[in-house]
Design a protein around this ligand. Structure first.
Ligand code: FAD
Ligand code: UDP
Length: 399
């Protein structure tokens, strides 16, 4: 592999069997799989000045490994994804833990056995926990919206407490909507956990951090003789979809295009802009060893930001006397403003608009869309890897 900045003069698209737009998980997994399994010559075009998409990490001025686009914690139940990624990195055994700051008391999230006792006192908390066990069984994930539906006064007391103190204000900050107004699957990502597991991803078998970081993982994945990466290249400058055909640099292109960017951007948003939430991330380096006891503290009843992440607590990096933290402020994404479209907003009218863009490319047989932006889906890293592996297989089998 080589990583070049910009396209060379005389760049010849037909020297490549596939052109991949975007060097995040979706693009890198497809590039690697196509190069390896089918000897495709692959060009990866990335508009940022680095690889790894939103998983990109680097050392800041204090020498602390930080995640530029928000805290990324690897977790998966998908054996195939885990095997695939494990070829390019070892994972540490970091188990992500999150505490909610509720009026100054730090309680585990997902709200669990211990949280109940912290919120309601030892005796009452234990009693309420036994009620939850009776209602749902032990070691069960219960979505808050399901808990709220139960017609039992004591369960209602738990549901009201958790709804008000864990979900309502955080969700208002993150989405500018109440939990009932957003896609239930989003709330379901963080359940109430009837059990003692205090990890953010309870019962998930594979979790950790790439031992040398995410960018290193991507360097290894893209390190293949048949892959060439070009950063600082916006594919829209050379890509044109007209008459149900693909043109690259003005010439008809017969290879495969794998597109992992936003679909509306490809068409100048002529049907309207797809809505997203974006984040302002405020990094701060402090002259102390440690700021908070866990990787992330969620501010669920106070503050304008949603959460504070302390990177050293996640990576295990030892840097005496310094630590870098990051606060996340969520807001509506303004198309064309240079902001990053971080979170899709999964609502029927947005999906309808997305489908209209998707229809435009559906019949172009050598044009494929994959990834969090291109599929307009709230994917975690493992979901994107699974989707990219499936697409690569499909392309290879159809060749
Ligand atoms: P991206 O990573 O966005 O990559 C797409 C790439 O395409 C980008 O680099 C972009 O610059 C490039 N691109 C777009 N348009 C063009 C163009 N026209 N020309 C050239 N290049 C282009 N997942 C987890 O599993 N665990 C977590 O803890 C976690 N935390 C997250 C925290 C935050 C704040 C966010 C926003 C996401 C988090 N995720 C997490 C999700 C994870 O980031 C995504 O699932 C994953 O990075 C998506 O990969 P992708 O390749 O689809 O998209
Ligand atoms: N959520 C909440 N309180 C919390 C944690 C999560 O209200 O303490 C809600 C919020 O709406 C959030 C969603 O659950 O957007 C999903 O949380 P997750 O941590 O999975 O979001 P991400 O890490 O993707 O930002």
């Amino acid at each position: 592999m080589g990583i070049a900045s910009g396209l060379p003069t005389g760049f010849n698209p037909s020297a490549y069997d596939a052109i991949v737009v975007g060097a995040g998980y979706a693009g890198a997994v497809c590039a690697r799989t196509l190069a390896e399994a089918s000897s495709y010559r692959v060009a990866v075009l990335e508009k940022r000045n680095h690889i790894a998409g939103n998983a990109y990490d680097y050392e800041d001025e204090a020498g602390i490994l930080i995640h530029k686009y928000g805290p990324h914690i690897y977790h998966t139940t998908d054996e195939r994804v885990h095997q695939f990624l494990s070829r390019f990195t070892d994972f540490t055994d970091y188990q992500h833990k999150v505490l909610a700051n509720i009026h100054g008391t730090l309680m585990p999230v997902p709200f669990n056995h211990q949280s109940l006792k912290l919120a309601f006192g030892e005796e009452k908390g234990e009693h309420l926990y036994q009620k939850l066990v009776q209602a749902f069984g032990e070691n069960r994930r219960v979505p808050i919206l399901e808990l709220r539906d139960r017609n039992d006064p004591e369960l209602a007391e738990v549901a009201d407490y958790v709804y008000e103190n864990v979900f309502l204000h955080y969700t208002m900050k993150q989405w500018d909507k109440t939990p009932d107004q957003i896609d239930p699957a989003v709330m379901g990502r963080v359940p109430v956990f009837v059990g003692d597991d205090d990890r953010y991803f309870p019962q998930v078998p594979h979790q950790g951090m790439p031992d040398k970081g995410y960018t290193d993982l991507f360097n290894n994945m893209l390190d293949h003789d048949l892959i060439q990466v070009f950063v600082d290249v916006d594919a829209r400058d050379i890509l044109d979809l007209s008459n149900q055909s693909v043109y690259v640099c003005g010439q008809p292109y017969g290879g495969e295009i794998i597109y992992t960017g936003a679909l509306d951007e490809l068409f100048g948003m002529d049907l309207g802009a797809l809505p997203y939430r974006t984040l302002d991330m405020q990094f701060e380096t402090l002259d102390q060893d440690q700021f908070q006891p866990v990787g992330t503290v969620n501010y669920t009843v106070s503050e304008d930001f949603t959460r504070i992440t302390e990177f050293k607590n996640m990576t295990g990096q030892v840097v005496p006397g310094k630590t870098t933290i990051m606060r996340e402020y969520s807001k509506a994404y303004e198309p064309g403003s240079g902001q990053t479209p971080y979170y899709v907003i999964n609502e029927p009218e947005n999906i309808q608009l997305y489908e209209k863009y998707r229809e435009r490319v559906a019949h172009i047989i050598n044009f494929h869309v994959v990834g969090r932006l291109a599929e307009y889906r709230y994917y975690d890293m493992d979901g994107v890897v699974a989707s990219a592996l499936a697409l690569s297989e499909e392309i290879i089998s159809q060749r």
